[in-house]
Design a protein around this ligand. Structure first.
Ligand code: SAM
Length: 289
């Protein structure tokens, strides 16, 4: 692939999904995009790039973008964030939302669904939350992963990664060589296609947002932009969770770590500036203190 073609593809991917590719990732682009090229009737990536530059290439651009996404996920990934969810977030929110009896949770960049389903199984395990309403919204840019997520079907390999055997027995049934999640847990999660680079204010406000293992692919300005807008979607007393290798260092003071709860963040509460007092001077004129 020529440097110009590689540059074209990098620019396309950055604009459409935020993915930043290092100069040494040509092999990755080739291995991911050659099958897309062949499907589109192109023998080479050069031919694919020509097709992408031609009018009417929008569906192909979508396919190329989806093919380059990294969709690795598994149930209860990294364990600690889920321990925090169970031991800190849920008990705290049960008190804070005792009147509304409703929790709204967003799994942003949910991939094949293991993250929101892990949260749903955990919520289902709380008998004290019986009668509460849960809105678990799970979004991803890729329609392919969302199709799989909606099916709630996972291979033996997938259910062996992170899912406790007790939960497998309780919530899944074996159908052929797949394990199908119960309708009860599947119904707790609503999947929607959403690109984090676009406006997502329509989603409303959440009590907890999980945005894990996606911002690592973005450059700093994109990361700051997405985090700023996520912050706006989070209730002031809500919680934010990042991936194990991610931090909010360098993104301003949007979120603060919850003390002694590694991996858990809350929106930074800015102290109101002291109100300026208008003083009336002896001569009757006003000055501001
Ligand atoms: C590595 S997976 C993370 C899945 C899950 N959050 C976890 O930690 O296990 C990253 C996901 O981000 C999605 N993604 C990449 N760019 C995105 C964007 N601009 N908007 C929304 N989702 C995006 C990919 O399609 C992929 O499914």
């Amino acid at each position: 692939m020529s440097p110009q073609d590689y540059e074209f593809l990098c620019k396309l991917l950055k604009e459409r999904s935020g993915l930043v590719l290092a100069p040494d990732k040509q092999y990755l682009v080739e291995s991911r995009l050659l099958p897309v090229a062949r499907k589109a009737g192109c023998d080479t990536l050069e031919a694919l790039v020509r097709k992408l530059k031609a009018p009417g290439s929008e569906p192909l651009k979508v396919e190329v973008t989806e093919a380059m996404t990294i969709n690795e996920s598994f149930f209860f990934r990294d364990k600690i964030p889920y321990d925090r969810f169970r031991d800190t977030v849920i008990p705290d929110m049960m008190q804070k939302r005792a009147v509304q009896r409703k929790l709204r949770i967003w799994s942003a960049a949910c991939s094949t669904g293991q993250e929101p389903y892990s949260l749903a199984m955990m919520l289902d395990g709380f008998s004290t939350l019986a009668g509460w309403q849960f809105d678990i919204i799970a979004t991803d840019i890729s329609n392919d992963v969302l199709d799989k997520a909606r099916s709630g079907s996972y291979s033996q390999f997938e259910v062996q990664r992170g899912l406790p055997i007790s939960m497998l027995m309780q919530h899944f049934e074996q159908v052929g060589d797949q394990w199908r999640l119960s309708a009860k847990i599947r119904k707790m999660v609503q999947f929607r296609q959403l690109n984090l680079l676009t406006d997502f204010s329509i989603l409303g406000q959440f009590d907890a947002v999980f945005c894990r293992n996606v911002l690592i692919y973005f450059d700093q300005p994109t990361k700051v932009d997405v985090l700023t807008r996520i912050r706006q979607r989070l209730a002031p007393d809500g919680y934010f969770v990042l991936g194990a290798a991610e931090t909010v260092v360098g993104v301003g003071d949007l979120f603060s770590p919850v003390p002694d709860k590694r991996g858990l963040y809350c929106p930074t509460v800015k102290r109101e500036a002291a109100p300026k007092l208008a003083l009336v001077s002896a001569s009757g004129g006003q000055r501001v203190a």
